[in-house]
Design a protein around this ligand. Sequence first.
Ligand code: R5P
Length: 316
Amino acid sequence: MNKEVALFCGNANVALAKAIAKYLKIPLSDALVSRFSDGEVRVKIKENVRGKDVFIVQPTCTPVNDNLMELLVMMDALKRASAKRITAVIPYFGYARQDRKDQPRVPISAKLVANLLVVSGASRVLTVDLHAGQIQGFFDIPLDNLYAINIFIDALRKMIRPKKTVVVSPDVGGIKMARGYAKRLGTSLAIIDKRRNSPESTEVMHILGEVKGKDAVLVDDIIATGGSLVEAATALKKEGARNIYAAITHGVLSANAIERISHSAISQLLITNSIPLAREKKISKIKVLNMAPLLAEAIKRIHFERSISILFDYAD
Ligand code: R5P
């Protein structure tokens, strides 16, 4: 990496930003990102960024609005400090599930967030396993949506026997991702027909595919309350599945997710460090895999204007 690059972060996931910096062999750039006494976000970029290719690592995880606002205010500061290009590196893109008007009088908050990012100064966005690929169209700037599948595949290969395993999508929307995993692992595929009754509660209607006597690997982009995952695991057990594993990119783990997972039929849940896992959420069933090399490689390729398509190959 040459001197024209600068890597910043807000407070959302400092450990991940440091891991990316280490991989790139560059220091994290210096900025004050704190609060005024009334809670307003206070930012001061502490080094010269004039003409630089700037990357800011900031997932918009909980506290969602604070982390989002830090990112927006940092970009405003960098833009006004004459950074040449600003890439918002958003490993977990919050608000992505509000991506359409599925009821009367609801917002499309994902589009609003996209507008805010652009207005604040983002020249491009780098993210991982965006909840819905179409969100890319909410931006009129380049957006690279990386896939975490490669991070999980090696770990899963050590855990499963392909002929005796089925990859399961917990909902119809996740079929493409699940098919990618099944192909890469050489397993069969099943799909759960799920109905969401409320933001916290889901119901399994049917399981499409053969799961009896097999180990199951549930794959998804987000685990929030854990409702979808735990309901799916219960239904799979009922249908005669043996061990149940899960590989889920973003461990939002909100509400009573940890309690639900602890008491569930899931033997092992793999997540990534796109979102920091709070100490009280660390349980033996959850293993965190590192996405820093993936993001660092993408940052390097963006900086040197090289193709990054190799980093989002589902192989399907
Ligand atoms: C839904 O479309 C997503 O892919 C996840 O399955 C969902 O957001 C998980 O939410 P929860 O853990 O609250 O069921």
